[in-house]
Design a binder for this molecule. Structure first.
Ligand code: ZN
Ligand code: ZN
Length: 119
């Protein structure tokens, strides 16, 4: 997977790093990418598909679902629930909640691995 910015996900090979593609409209939040963004570039699904440049937070939101889904407050876990992305937030802001969660969770997992090594 191609990626850009100051991060490196578990599925990001070092050689997959690309120069930040500026001015691409993210398919999730519809905001254009800028130099300081982190994200991924998806290409060659099919020859007739253009490349997609997606913010890291938006990509995680697409993969993981809303923060309500992750925290089991949505209709998947609570019958009749209408919880989803917070309505007062933009799609990008709501995606950042998921991104923060993923970062926290990653660090937590890292600590567990370290603890297991020490014991
Ligand atoms: Zn986005
Ligand atoms: Zn759900």
């Amino acid at each position: 997977m191609k990626w850009f910015g100051e991060w490196r996900g578990p599925n990001c090979e070092a050689e997959g790093k690309i120069a930040t593609p500026v001015g691409f409209v993210c398919p999730w939040c519809a905001e254009a990418t800028v130099m300081t963004d982190n994200g991924v570039m998806l290409s060659d699904w099919r020859d007739d598909e253009p490349v997609q440049v997606i913010h890291r937070e938006c990509f995680r939101r697409m993969l993981l679902g809303s923060i309500a889904h992750i925290e089991r407050r949505c209709s998947c876990s609570v019958p009749g629930s209408t919880e989803s992305d917070p309505p007062e937030m933009t799609k990008r802001e709501a995606a950042k909640l998921v991104d923060d969660w993923a970062e926290r969770n990653r660090h937590w997992r890292q600590k567990e691995v370290e603890r297991a090594r020490q014991n």
